[in-house]
Design a protein around this ligand. Sequence first.
Ligand code: CA
Length: 521
Amino acid sequence: METITRRSMFALPWLAFGPLVRTASGTAAGRNRPNILYIMTDDHASQAISCYGSKVNQTPNLDRIAAQGMRMDRVFATNSICTPSRATILTGKYSHMNGVPVFNRFDGSQPTVAKMLQQAGFYTAMVGKWHLGSDPTGFDYWNILPGQGVYINPTLYDKEGSKVYQGYATDIIADISIDVLKNRPKDKPFFMMCHHKAPHREWTPDEKHRLMFANRHIPEPANLRDDYSGRTDALREQKQSVFRDLTRHDLKLTPPADLSGPALRQWMQTKPMEVEIEVDGVKKKLTGKELEAWKYQRYMQDYLACVQSVDDNVGRTLDWLDANGLRDNTVVIYSSDQGFFLGEHGLFDKRFMYDESLRMPFLVRWPGGIKPGSVSNAIGINCDFAPSFLDLAGLSVPGEMQGHSFVPLWKGKKPKDWRRSMYYRYYHDPGDHNTRAHYGVRTNTHKLIYFWKKDQWECYDLVADPQEMRNIYSDLKAQKIVASLKRELYRLKKELKDDDQFAESQPTDSSYVQPPPARKQ
Ligand code: CA
């Protein structure tokens, strides 16, 4: 019999029914291992989820997961961008250990949590946005969007080739996921990754929700017009500004009828500084502050409408589980590959280590395992997801994984030695948005950020200044805390074996689409 690690001890509710019996291969035999349904969206900020206190929308179905389970308030991405976060979730490792610091191709021959669960007897499935440049490995079933995929009538491809699905991506990904669960082998627990495309840029809503926010005034964040005073060059140099960098395509402006081909593409990619709109049949030209305010509303209307379809479809998926006797023995997680700026600091997109981008929503329901309505403020990172899934399966966590299982936290038993700080590193510089490379440390009370190519620092007191507006790095009275954060930063960097091997990584194109193979007849 294999020794059960201290970490996994917390995780085994079935220990009450006797010790875990493992086969020689390490496969837990016979007991009631929970199913795992991991639902993830792309770029969904916690500020747009009502159980996180959203001021801009209501998400009753996501709130249901939190009400029936736990809301985790401090789960952070270790590199806040799509492809790297996905590689980290699969491997339990930082970007510098899994080889995906930017948008490069994921080497699917490396160990992943999907392979480990598959080997341990789980039925494994992956549906929706994969975005790792190579085909999935470790899944009994997979069906994915090529690259970013599209919102309307998307193509997905599986081992047999590609197929165009009529309809809206969020509905389709939920439909396929439910179908796969219906047809799964019933003698095995399942591990499903259901990855929605929404609400990624260019934020195309479905018809049902398109006008839902059209006539509402969406409250602006207090720091929408942040003037970046006291901060380093990075905020001034970025190209992810709501006022400056949204294109005509993002704003869904109608092109002149006579444009086509490259001229049309160029028109769509232009960032307009003057827009003509029609109000009650009267044409009106918007410029300056009026245009800026309009751009924010336009951005948020579409973003939030995309989120609403996610909320509906998560509700539909939960209803299906509940109606099919899978509620009690399925751990359901809702997360996003990173956070997103909804106008905070005047930004859209992610990348920066500021909290709105750093924080991943993380909601989890596990009847019998998690007390309904729980909240955790323990610092979690996306390296923790794979260890958590393994722990749920009664498997020990390989030493090379750099995270720790959330299961003790879910069961209300925070380990005394749980982490009190997290390390972050973003490499994709300059990239589409000219976001400067940086690394840093976040504790429960402070954040220190180092833009290493610029040799510039920012430090924030998150208790006194949760919006991260006042850089205290050079304040005389902050020197003690700055020194202690630097020590912690370099301690973590060493502990996590980040020896700067990817420090000069060059960004790759984010919009690549690997051509899906033709379907075999
Ligand atoms: Ca993303």
